[in-house]
Design a protein. Structure first.
Length: 644
């Protein structure tokens, strides 16, 4: 017991004695020199010095500053420095600073309008004077611990006005020697988001000498986790394996000061892994594995760093489920009336994602499920340039046929969408349902379509559409009317309705689109008993139509036969289909007008012929009379001559 008490007394004496051995001013000066050596900047420390006993013997200084650019504000200010020394070294008469803590420091980073920065103008002469040379290999790295307590970091770009603020910054860096591993832990908060991380560097001396050095990093950003293991160099090169698990990636956007727009739940969580390479100019991932919800992709990806990030990628996938893209976006809002149909969504479309980056992406997929339809054997490219995205479908099996298409979404000055599509032997019902919400026609055929729409909602876009297109369909049918039964004498009521079907052998039509209204004037449909021609308007914006079919029975083609025009009018969901008596009257009037015109022409022709015949007869009679008179005069004249 006495030995234990004696040991404690000895330690207390050594502890207190150390305070007299160590000069507070000298420790502060040493600490200032160490920071100056590391930063190459003048460090000023206030004279308010207090001894410190725990956890290491040392001193706590007053406020300190680290000089900024010439003539500018300080780069770092703080409440004080806490300096700890090696107690055993003190017994040998040596002062070895083993730990420096920056208490409540504020680091201010500024990019000036002329391109200068306040952190890049270090004084190399001061750095060399503290170490004897400017070579990183000669730095005195005997400090075992360096930490930041309750710090703040601010960044301001005077050119762009962009600013960032990091608060509650706590950093701890420890290494027993320069050649031993350096272990760093850090945490801070920015934009209301917390970040925690740990890293281990295999050798600080090798790293400072410019060699590639082993490193591992484990970071937690909100619920997101990012892990890296590989090598790093002082010039910013990073090579190794990356694993990222991002259940809430919008946190990363908020972390950088951007607006955190919630992503669709169907593409979450996002996961990525692969061989990462980072240089000051490019970030790349080779052998990448990516997950977006239930969708998985593989391939390489590179991001060129600059004023605007540029992403290039070559990706492949098995089955991609993008059916959530076709899900209804809330209620239709204050759109069309119920009499016109359900209406398109009036919910504003947020296309700001198009401006986040530029890209050139190649994608090959076994299948892509778009909800209302699916594509197989897809090869496509996606390019994004200054908020304008272009999707080129180079090859795809879709709507039961082959499809080549190009779609554009442009958000440079408000949102506009455009497209060109060429389909071969496609399923018309699926195509028309996807493109226009019309599902009453079935069959396989060829189609061409080009369109342009402008607006901030789907409703605005559909009401602004312009373009043109054509259909060429083989055998198919149209639900809602049975023209064959109507011609066969069936009850008219039984010839219309959801159960009524008109089967046709072929159908051809071309159309134009203007202000959301599709206009067709040349539809030709042929069936077993009849052919039908059609014309009218399909209001894409209002989801309604007003269309007239004019069928004719083949047996009466020579005489015109009988024709019963059928009018289809009203909302797509429940159009009214009925014999168009007005059209019948108009057609009969046209027939009567034509008959009268023909009769009048015939009468005029007959009258003309009669007049011509009468004129010819009178002319012949006058001619004969004239010939007789001339003959009589000649005979009289000759007779007188011979009488003499």
């Amino acid at each position: 017991m006495l030995r234990l008490v004696a040991l404690v007394v000895v330690l207390l004496v050594a502890f207190v004695g150390g305070l007299f051995i160590v000069s507070g001013e000298r420790l502060a000066a040493i600490a200032g020199d160490r920071i100056t050596a590391a930063l190459g900047r003048e460090v000023r420390i206030a004279d308010d010095l207090r001894p410190r006993f725990f956890p290491n013997i040392g001193v706590r200084t007053g406020a300190f500053t680290v000089a900024g650019s010439t003539g500018g504000a300080a780069l770092v200010t703080g409440e004080g420095l806490s300096v700890g020394v090696d107690l055993l070294a003190l017994f040998s008469g040596r002062i070895e600073v083993r730990e420096i803590t920056l208490v409540s420091p504020t680091l201010t980073l500024v990019e000036f309008a002329d391109g200068r920065t306040n952190w890049s103008e270090a004084n190399p002469d001061r750095s060399r004077s503290a170490n004897g040379t400017g070579d990183a290999r000669s730095l005195d790295l005997s400090i075992a611990g360096l930490s930041v307590q309750n710090g703040t970091v601010s960044y301001r770009d005077e050119n762009t006005g962009r600013s960032m603020l990091f608060e509650n910054v706590n950093i701890s860096a420890n290494t027993p020697s320069a050649d031993a591993p350096l272990v760093v832990s850090a945490e801070f908060a920015t934009n209301g988001k917390s970040v925690k991380g740990e890293a281990e560097l295999a050798s600080l001396s090798r790293f400072l000498a410019g060699d590639m050095t082993g490193v591992s990093v484990d970071t937690q950003i909100g619920r997101n986790a990012i892990r890296f293991a590989g090598d790093i160099s002082l010039d910013g090169v990073l090579e190794g394996d990356l694993v990222a698990d991002l259940p809430s990636p919008e946190t990363l956007v908020a972390l950088s000061g951007g607006t955190a727009t919630p992503l669709p739940a169907d593409i979450l969580p996002i996961e990525a892994s692969g061989a990462l390479t980072v240089t000051p100019e490019v970030v790349g991932i080779a052998r990448g594995q990516y997950r977006f919800g239930a969708n998985r992709l593989q391939g390489t990806m590179t991001v060129a760093l600059g004023d605007a990030a540029f992403v290039s990628a070559q990706l492949s996938a098995g089955d991609l489920d993008l059916s959530f893209l076709s899900a209804e976006e809330g209620s239709a809002g204050a759109g069309p009336s119920a009499a016109e149909g359900k209406g398109w969504s009036t919910k504003p479309i947020d296309a700001s994602v198009l401006g986040l980056l530029d890209a050139d992406i190649q994608l090959d997929a076994a299948t892509i499920d778009l909800g209302t339809t699916a594509m197989q054997d897809v090869s496509a490219t996606v390019t994004i340039d200054d908020a304008r995205a272009v999707v080129n479908i180079l090859r795809a099996q879709a709507f039961g046929g082959a499809l080549i298409a190009r779609f554009v979404a442009n958000n440079r000055n408000g949102l506009s969408v455009a497209g060109d599509m060429d389909g071969k032997t496609v399923a018309i019902q699926s195509l028309l349902t996807d493109m226009a919400g019309f599902d009453r026609m079935r069959g396989a055929g060829n189609t061409q379509l080009s369109f342009l729409g402008v607006g901030q909602s789907l409703d605005e876009i559909m009401r602004s559409l312009s373009g043109k297109g054509a259909l060429d369909i083989g055998q198919g049918d149209i639900t809602g009317v049975d023209l064959a039964s109507l011609f066969g004498g069936s009850n008219a009521a039984d010839s219309v309705g959801d159960r009524a079907v008109t089967i046709f052998r072929s159908l051809e039509a071309s159309f134009t689109i203007e202000n959301g209204v599709m206009r067709n004037d040349d539809l030709l449909m042929t069936a077993k008993l009849f052919e039908a021609r059609g014309s009218g308007d399909i209001h894409l914006g209002r989801q309604s139509l007003d269309y007239v079919l004019r069928p004719s029975v083949f047996e009466n083609d020579v005489t015109g036969g009988f024709s019963i025009p059928v009018r289809v009018k009203g909302p797509w969901s429940s159009p009214r289909i009925y014999p168009d008596l007005e059209a019948v009257a108009r057609d009969r009037l046209k027939v009567e007008e034509e008959k009268l015109r023909v009769d009048a022409k015939a009468r005029l022709e007959a009258e003309r012929k009669k007049i011509e015949e009468d004129a010819d007869a009178r002319l012949e009679k006058e001619k004969q009379k004239l010939e007789d008179e001339i003959g009589d005069r000649l005979r009289k004249g000759l007779g007188s001559l011979f009488d003499r």
